[in-house]
Design a protein around this ligand. Structure first.
Ligand code: AMP
Ligand code: GLY
Length: 415
């Protein structure tokens, strides 16, 4: 089988790595890929949103199955275009991707089907939104209604911050079209529940937790994610069961009933609040960096799962290994703000998996080429041992311009 993976980050490297363990897969292509992916797949110089180019490549090269990583490709309609040309593809249609690309669509769906989430109201008028926010207790949660590369959520602590956020989102059109969702502030530990979904068939993956802030102790600006691990001690089996049935399965059924069935990964960004588990957000794709710690636990052949979901037929229940995985992201100094690229990276002697997030080859040398650069992933019988195993290897990475958090999994270790 020939498989094309669309995307260029650590998530796509983990997907390529999982596919490379399948005895059915002969050749893996990745568009556009990165330096690390290039060691396990053939990199193709096409952008992940170049739907026409990718379709032409898949047709010319008789690709048997395409797997889509980023939301931007899904929102650009890659799945609709591939299917219209008779190409098999794992990912949601543009209509189903609205579960991520439109906060308002997601909130309306949850309200209609009784899926637990924070109460909300949406606005397109700056004055009305401001009046509403200022008439309620702070903090206020203000979300831009559209894809905003992780920058569309502001937790405003006072009216000045609310004013600034609403002005960015509704008056300046920094992000494009102006609409916001304002919702109740919730508190509690957050976790990620990824499931393979085909219509109302839902296959759960192990739970994981991301670390969104840049610095130790959950300080500093929000990032794409600085590390993740599995084996969350604060989520009971009962919690997981509740989230599976009342959130993930219910949402899949609701999307099918709405006429836009899911056919890829549904990612629940969930919170364990004092009033039970609630949805913070849905994504229509694998999480990054969660995928890098979840997929190494998969014992089943991932090609079978992708192929079944993409074909609309039942898959066998995926089998997962015991033990936990943990991963630490190494990012360019300055990230998520301004940073420089092109610093040489040495990985000699690193004795565990290293997924590349933003790397390139320059004159045959491996160099930094993004904000998040590498993710070092390891495993252990429990979180403490996995963490020890990973940080020992992180210290062996040589590069002058990287930083990383030293406290990944602190919530699990009572620090
Ligand atoms: P989102 O992009 O919707 O996941 O939001 C980004 C982050 O903002 C989440 O990971 C939460 O930490 C925080 N957040 C979003 N919605 C809420 C809420 N209703 N209450 C408290 N925090 C929230
Ligand atoms: N880890 C956060 C995300 O993938 O959106």
């Amino acid at each position: 089988m020939k498989v094309l993976v669309v995307g260029s980050g650590g998530r796509e490297h983990a997907i390529v790595d999982a596919l490379s363990r399948s005895p059915q897969v002969d050749t893996i292509y990745c568009a556009p890929g990165n330096a690390g992916i290039g060691e396990q797949a053939v990199n193709v110089g096409l952008k992940d949103t170049d739907v026409e180019g990718l379709k032409a490549f898949a047709l010319e090269n008789r690709i048997d199955l395409t797997v889509v990583g980023p939301e931007a490709s899904l929102a650009a309609g890659i799945v609709d275009a591939f299917r219209a040309s008779g190409l098999k593809i794992f990912g949601h249609t543009k209509a189903a991707t609205r579960i991520e690309s439109s906060k308002e669509f997601a909130k309306e769906l949850m309200a209609e089907y009784g899926i637990p989430t924070a109460a909300y109201k949406s606005f397109d008028s700056y004055d009305e939104a401001l009046e509403y926010v200022c008439g309620r207790p702070f903090p206020a949660v203000i979300k831009y209604d559209g894809l905003a590369a992780g920058k569309g959520v502001v937790i405003a602590q006072d009216s000045a911050q609310a004013r600034a956020a609403l002005s960015d989102m509704l008056l300046d059109a920094t992000f494009g079209k102006g609409k916001v969702v304002i919702e109740d502030y919730l508190s509690g530990p957050e976790f990620s529940f990824l499931c393979f979904v085909d219509g109302d068939r839902v296959y759960p993956m192990p739970l994981s937790q991301d670390h969104k802030r840049a610095f130790d102790g959950d300080e500093g600006p929000n990032t794409g994610g600085m590390g993740a691990y599995t084996g969350l001690p604060f989520i009971t089996e009962e919690d997981r069961e509740f989230a599976f049935k009342n959130i993930m399965c219910k949402t899949a059924a609701a999307m099918a009933a709405k006429g836009c069935p899911l056919s890829g990964v549904l990612y629940g960004g969930l919170m364990k609040t004092p009033d039970g588990i609630k949805v913070i957000e849905f994504n229509a794709r694998f999480g990054d960096p969660e995928t890098e710690v979840v997929l190494p636990l998969l014992e089943s052949d991932i090609f079978d799962i992708f192929d079944a979901v993409a074909s609309g037929r039942p898959a066998s229940q995926p089998v997962w290994r015991d033990g936990v995985t943990l991963g630490v992201v190494l990012a360019s100094k300055g990230y998520p703000g301004k940073y420089e690229k092109g610093f040489e990276i040495g990985l000699e002697g690193v004795g565990t998996k290293v997924y590349h997030m933003g790397t390139a080859l320059r004159d045959g040398r491996l160099v930094t080429a993004g904000g998040r650069v590498l993710m070092v992933v390891g495993s252990g019988e429990d979180v403490a041992r996995a963490r020890e195993n990973v940080y020992r290897e992180v210290e062996k990475v040589k590069c002058d311009n990287l930083f990383y958090r030293k406290d990944i999994a602190h919530c699990a270790l009572d620090e």
